[in-house]
Design a protein around this ligand. Structure first.
Ligand code: CDP
Length: 218
């Protein structure tokens, strides 16, 4: 498998890792994989079939059978799908079924570009432990809840910031406490706290790290 530059971005919901991943992918012309869409996609399929995301076998079957075409046009960004995603993400068989795809994407990025950016919860620890650069992106729970509420409120005016805060804490807890690939910073990850950083400032900080590592890699 050809080796490519891999930038791994992990962190909790609404920490800014997705936006940073998109900016990094544009800046360096790297392919971007938002790995959360895989777990959200599986969760959406389970919910759409009227099944329970806690049902181990049903979720595992949905993951084994997963294809992006199956979720075309689906609204996977809702808080319900996010909550169900963190339930199916604790299922070891679901994670195993989605692992190969993520590793292949990192090793052989589409369109023969020279690198890949993957964002998620376990990229630096499990999916790509040898990533060229790793970040663990955080922000305070209040700031993250405010950001997520601003994103969701236009489509869901009845949603309060307090609801979003509660959902986010529950999801953080489930993601960090699970036995399988829990959300945690890799030992060699750069910590990036975006609580008081604008996107531009966070991106500038990430670029300094990436450029430094790339210079050392030649
Ligand atoms: O966008 P947001 O940060 O809210 O979440 P996401 O990245 O779309 O991920 C949704 C859920 O999928 C997370 O709460 C995790 O439970 C799970 N996930 C995971 O376990 N591992 C990943 N690499 C990515 C997402």
């Amino acid at each position: 498998m050809p080796t490519s530059m891999v930038v791994a971005l992990d962190g909790p919901a609404a920490s800014g890792k997705g936006t940073l991943a998109r900016l990094i992918s544009d800046q360096y012309t790297f392919a971007h994989l938002d790995t959360g869409t895989l777990y959200r996609g599986v969760a959406w399929l389970v919910l759409e079939a009227g099944d329970d995301p806690m049902d181990h076998d049903v979720a595992a079957a949905a993951a084994l059978d997963y294809a992006v075409e199956k979720i075309a046009g689906a609204d996977i960004r809702t808080s319900e799908v996010g909550a169900a995603a963190s339930v199916v993400a604790a299922n070891a068989e679901v994670r195993a079924a989605l692992l190969d795809f993520q590793r292949r994407f990192a090793g052989c990025p589409p369109n023969r570009v020279g690198g890949a950016v993957l964002d998620g919860r376990d990229i630096g620890t499990v999916v790509c432990p040898d990533a060229t650069v790793k970040f663990f992106v955080t922000a305070s729970p209040r700031v993250r809840a405010h950001r997520r509420w601003l994103e969701l409120a236009p489509a869901r005016p009845e949603l309060t910031e307090a609801d979003v805060y509660k959902d986010l804490l529950e999801r953080d807890e489930r993601d960090a406490a699970r036995d399988n690939a829990p959300m945690t910073a890799a030992d060699d990850a750069e910590l990036l706290d975006t609580t008081h950083l604008s996107i531009d400032a966070a991106f500038a900080a990430a670029r300094r790290v990436i450029d430094g590592v790339f210079r050392r890699c030649g």
